[in-house]
Design a protein around this ligand. Structure first.
Ligand SMILES: Cc1ncc(COP(=O)(O)O)c(C=O)c1O
Length: 386
């Protein structure tokens, strides 16, 4: 198996990086992109595309659809029909268009909080109501916790006729859960019983810890709408390519219309090329190595924070590279803590309030070990002075 060097520090400052260039002199462990170069097979394919030199309007071809279908059927046993795939420049534009197409203004969309911040904005921007079904926290040990879904409350919310949709996050950003088949089946039973449309955002689906298996929601509910993209796993968010799987024809036509009304139907010259190169066996090999590297970073973080900030329990990480840390023992709001770490520690993490929950921060660990160690050192140096 080829070696991939995830320890290599790639300087990103000055590259118009949202993560690195939004604020100077800080170690950024915030927004969800990685500091690793993408897979060599993706870089090679993009290089060939650049050398062609003409970058006009782009459409996708048969190879594009074949890549998606083969990847999901062979890796995840998820059979996707070609005609159900709609390509878009991102999962957020996808979610926004899906809500516009299928939920009327004033109706409710259920989200399980804390959850990815753009879920809230996409719902509200479409004039719809955010309906919260908070996740339930469980203690694994005094230093570790995890979450489950509240099925009883979901049943109550789903039974209200005005609540039309459930926006699922699988794997879940920011709590790091990868939902099991049993959990997803319960969601399906409840939503089917009450005619609630399930939309599953599976952008983090490749990023599971080495022994954890992602279950595509589309293998449980063949009618569900699923959003996928290679952008998180292959670190190509800036290339803006994503796909929506919409099995039901009527819904697909409505979503397609909304995508056109929102003018988000075009992709750029590089996104499809990168996707086709990523969804290959070479891409899969790189991804395997990446997942081990992220797992090592997670274990390192646990040991490091466990030693220096023992009063801050850490969520079990099953998927994503985003670690959810309980900072409530420090007696400060998460927003205040984010500011303090920025000002005094020159390190940037996300306040949990962004995801609808105070008392927590989210730390992005998808960076070389040395960057992570320095970021964690800065966090602890500030907080241990308290
Ligand atoms: C759950 C989830 N969905 C969507 C996105 C963003 O998707 P995109 O960049 O394709 O719009 C993110 C980014 O962090 C995310 O965590």
């Amino acid at each position: 198996m080829p070696e991939f060097d995830f320890n290599k520090i790639v300087l990103r400052r000055g590259t118009r990086s949202y993560k690195w260039d939004s604020r100077e002199d800080v170690i950024p462990l915030w927004v969800a992109d990685m500091d690793f170069q993408t897979a060599p097979c993706v870089i090679d394919a993009l290089r060939r595309r650049v050398e062609h030199g003409v970058f006009g309007y782009t459409r996708v071809g048969d190879n594009y659809y074949d890549s998606i279908i083969d990847w999901f059927s062979s890796r995840h046993l998820y059979a996707i029909d070609r005609e159900s795939i709609i390509y878009v420049p991102g999962v957020v534009p996808a979610i926004s268009a899906i809500i516009k197409a299928l939920v009327r203004a004033g109706e409710g969309v259920i989200v399980q909080t804390p959850v990815y911040n753009c879920f809230f904005s996409s719902i509200r921007n479409n004039g719809c109501r955010v309906v919260e079904n908070p996740l339930v926290r469980h203690e694994v040990s005094p230093r570790e916790f995890t979450y489950t879904m509240d099925y009883d409350n979901l049943e109550v919310l789903a039974a209200q006729p005005d609540n039309r949709m459930l926006l699922l996050c699988n794997p879940h950003n920011p709590v790091g859960r990868v939902w099991t088949r049993e959990e997803l089946m319960k969601v399906h039973e409840i939503c089917r019983r009450h005619n609630v449309i399930v939309v599953s955002d599976e952008i983090h689906c490749e990023l599971t810890m080495p022994k954890v298996r992602y279950v595509p929601y589309g293998t449980i509910d063949r009618e569900a709408i699923v959003c996928v993209s290679p952008s998180k796993a292959f670190n190509i968010a800036g290339l803006q390519i994503a796909n929506i799987i919409v099995p039901l024809k009527e819904q697909r036509e409505a979503v397609d219309r909304a995508i056109n009304i929102n003018e988000v139907c075009d992709v750029n010259s590089f996104g499809p090329v990168a996707l086709e190169a990523a969804y290959t066996s070479e891409g899969g090999e790189w991804l395997r190595a990446l997942r081990y590297y992220i797992a090592d970073n997670y274990y390192f973080l646990r040991t490091y924070l466990g030693g220096r900030l023992p009063s801050c329990p850490i969520a079990s990480l099953e998927g994503t590279y985003l670690v959810w840390v309980d900072i409530s023992a420090l007696g400060m709001s998460a927003d205040a803590l984010e500011e303090k770490l920025l000002d005094e520690g020159k390190v940037w993490v996300n306040s949990g309030l962004m995801y609808g929950k105070d008392g927590y921060i989210r730390i992005n660990i998808a960076c070389p070990h040395d960057t992570l160690e320095e970021g964690l050192r800065r966090i602890c140096d500030v907080l241990m002075e308290e």
